[in-house]
Design a protein around this ligand. Structure first.
Ligand code: MG
Length: 159
């Protein structure tokens, strides 16, 4: 069996707004997240983790931010592409683990909904998807509530 691991990391800054998209769920907040797409920082980290496991670059390579057709794009398009690429290369996704780093909004109440949203996009059993969160103890840019960071790991297997 061929086992591959990939990691992904992403950051988006806060801007004016009334919700943030996190792992496919619109979470009410007193700010939004700035970005070329819908700025779903968690989904971007997961997508990059899958591309990383495949040694197939990153979101920017497959969906260049310079290309206006991706402006405001739903990040599920990126994630679905990464999953499709894995399938084409003969890999199944074994599991995903994603950690969101922010002081607010509180992720815990939405974590199950996020895993469910990811499960539907990835066509992967929800028990193989972990979404969790931590604060950075008010330190650094996430601690000052300037933005949200996300890290993700993907494990892929080829029988
Ligand atoms: Mg991003």
């Amino acid at each position: 069996m061929d086992i591959r691991l990939g990691n992904g990391y992403d950051v988006h800054r806060f801007c004016e707004g009334d919700h943030v998209m996190l792992c496919g769920v619109a979470v009410p907040h007193d700010k939004g997240l700035d970005g070329h797409s819908d700025a779903d920082v968690g989904m971007h980290a997961i997508t990059d983790a899958i591309y990383g496991a495949l040694a197939e670059g990153d979101i920017g390579r497959h969906f260049p931010p310079s290309d206006p057709q991706w402006k405001g794009a739903a990040s599920r398009v990126f994630l679905a592409h990464a999953v499709q690429l894995a399938t084409q290369m003969g890999y199944a996704i074994s599991n995903i683990d994603c950690t969101l780093v922010c002081e607010r909004p509180k992720v815990g109440p939405h974590a199950n909904a996020m895993a469910q949203a990811l499960s539907e996009i990835m066509e992967l059993d929800v028990t193989r998807i972990s979404v969790k969160a931590t604060t950075s103890e008010r330190l650094g840019f996430t601690g000052r509530e300037e933005g949200i960071a996300a890290i993700a790991t993907a494990a892929l297997v080829r029988p």
